[in-house]
Design a protein around this ligand. Structure first.
Ligand SMILES: [Zn+2]
Length: 562
């Protein structure tokens, strides 16, 4: 019997009923909360294509913050947001000013360490690097006592505090990079083994030292746990460093942060009658106590401070039932601007994939939501600036939110949607950190996708894009995208395409729009992001981080209003 139209319909209805039953059974297993069903969105290819083409054209000069390219970019995003049906998201305005600081150190003294009646001297650049996170004309540390603080971690949810019982006022913390179980083969251990947690990142080390009241913080460089050589530390700490301006001009930071080479640390510890290897072994054990060294350090430098202003663009679709609860979509509009010319003399880093596609996807999601009708919760669309300079636009918004973070349910970040074929799989960045996992599982089922294992978990990608600015302050954020098992060509084609982009086009003038692009992949990504956001916007549930996650206590505190 050949199937008639009627039998086809009834087979479809039967399988829909079966899969609905399967979904609700597995939901009961996955989650104690109900995740609402979401109708498949109509994602406009025309929107993805036209916005990517426009924002990556040479007229925008690579969208560098605080340039004419920014003015054009901001105006165009506002135009498209308004046309998509969004309302201005910042008290009647479409933009939020992001004031930034550029601090450039110069005239560095050597790092002088007095220990046991002798003075050791270490050269700036080859032996140590440092900088000020404070907007002050000069930085001088004089005879500050050194304290070896192990990994410099204070994780109350794990009962782990390397600073327990030590007063860091006026002192310099000497800190190991990464965390106590970084070299595990798997994810076992308090700090998730091989997988990077935020406690292992260098930015965390400086933040915690500042919270402890330290005058300075010096991280001991070590190539394997740091995952890069001294050359990378040296070059990235040379020249201007960018920060968001804060009301206190950065005075809540230490006076100076920096890095020392491992042999420098070994020499200082040896002269103090200690041994770096032995102290490192001790620091890997829970209950480790910081060790004051019989050594003091002095160094100093001058700072040139420059202030600039860039802008985030914010639109909102108000919710109809609970308008004071917010779901967030984030995507960065900025790119590198004029950059090193390639062989053809092209010196515009157009940033078509990175990240005109993300702005295009976010706008397409706004359009699809406007078409579907207001959701229960409000949906906020945030196009942030200065991602490429260190997540500064998202950091500024998170620290100065238009909509309180305690009323922000969660969010989806979109960064660099690769043109090309749709895939059979997705890749989640950061692992299973929160109850958002149940939403991802539901969206995968509804879209017929599977999840591929995450690659390079030791690299800590979760901590390197805009969603992290929000996660760090407690807001659960999705970070995921299409996998490499392409519908057209499978894994081989997927890996080859990713490799081509990374090697040839990433942060190069050749990251340009191509009218022959296949949009089926970005459409799939956008539909996935739409579903995740829409599910959050239609539920009463407040997803939280898992109990031992590094952001759980921060969220609990934020939600309790303390
Ligand atoms: Zn980039």
């Amino acid at each position: 019997m050949t199937p008639t139209a009627k039998t086809l319909v009834s087979i479809a209805a039967l399988s829909a009923a079966l899969s609905a039953a399967a979904v609700s059974a597995s939901m009961a297993k996955d989650a104690a909360f109900a995740i609402p069903a979401v109708a498949p969105p109509q994602i406009s290819v025309e929107t993805l294509d036209s916005i990517t083409r426009e924002l990556s054209s040479d007229a925008y000069e690579g969208r560098a913050p605080a340039t004419a390219g920014e003015d054009k970019t901001v105006a165009y995003i506002i135009k498209r947001f308004a046309a998509a049906g969004l309302q201005p998201g910042n008290k009647g305005s479409w933009t939020q000013e992001v004031p930034t600081l550029e601090i450039t150190g110069s005239n560095y003294t050597p790092l002088t360490v007095k220990v046991g009646g002798q003075a050791l001297s270490f050269a700036y650049g080859d032996d140590y690097v440092a900088g000020s996170y404070r907007a002050v004309p000069e930085t001088r540390l004089a005879d500050a006592p050194l304290v070896f603080v192990g990994y410099g971690i204070n994780a109350p949810e794990l009962g782990w505090n390397d600073y327990a019982g030590i007063d860091m006022k006026g002192k310099i913390a000497v800190i190991l990079i990464n965390d106590a179980d970084y070299d595990a083969k798997d994810e076992s251990g308090p700090f998730k083994g091989k997988r990077m947690t935020y406690y292992g990142r260098w930015t965390y080390k400086f933040e915690e030292a500042a919270r402890q009241g330290a005058a300075g913080a010096l991280i001991v460089h070590d190539t394997f746990p740091a995952a890069y050589g001294w050359n990378v530390v040296h070059s990235s700490w040379s020249g201007a460093q960018l920060f968001v301006q804060s009301a206190d001009n950065g005075m809540s930071n230490t006076e100076a942060n920096g890095w020392i080479q491992k042999p420098v640390a070994e020499a200082i510890l040896k002269a103090s009658g200690q041994d770096l290897a032995a102290l490192t072994a001790a620091a890997r054990q829970k209950g480790f106590k910081a060790v004051p060294l019989s050594a003091t350090a002095s160094f100093g430098f001058d700072n040139a401070v420059k202030k600039t202003v860039s802008r985030n663009v914010i639109g909102i679709l108000p919710g109809k039932k609970r308008p004071d609860e917010y779901v967030l979509y984030t995507s960065h509009w900025d790119h590198l601007g004029r950059c090193n010319a390639d062989k053809t003399g092209d010196d515009i880093c157009n940033g078509a994939v990175d990240n005109a596609t993300g702005i295009a996807a976010m706008t397409a999601i706004a359009e699809a939501n406007a078409k579907a009708g207001a959701a229960d919760r409000s949906q906020v669309f945030l196009a942030v600036t200065m991602e490429e300079s260190g997540l500064l636009g998202s950091k500024f918004y998170a620290e100065n939110p238009v909509y309180p973070l305690a009323r922000t349910v969660g969010g989806v970040n979109m960064d660099a949607l690769a043109p090309g074929s749709a895939a059979r799989d997705i890749q989640v960045t950061g692992g299973d950190k929160s109850e958002l996992t149940a939403y991802v599982n539901r969206a995968m089922k509804d879209m017929g996708l599977y999840q591929s294992p995450e690659e390079s978990t030791e690299k800590g990608f979760y901590y390197r894009s805009d969603h992290f600015s929000f996660a760090k302050l407690g807001v659960p954020m999705f970070a995921l995208g299409r996998g490499s098992d392409l519908v057209k060509g499978g894994k081989e084609a997927g890996r080859a395409a990713a490799e081509r982009y990374t090697v040839n086009d990433y942060h190069q003038p050749s990251d340009e729009y191509d009218p022959s692009w296949d949009w089926s992949g970005p459409v799939q990504d956008t539909a996935l992001y739409y579903r995740l956001g829409r599910m959050l916007a239609m539920t009463t549930h407040w997803p939280n981080w898992h109990k031992t996650d590094e952001f759980r206590l921060i969220r609990d505190k934020s939600l309790s209003g303390k």
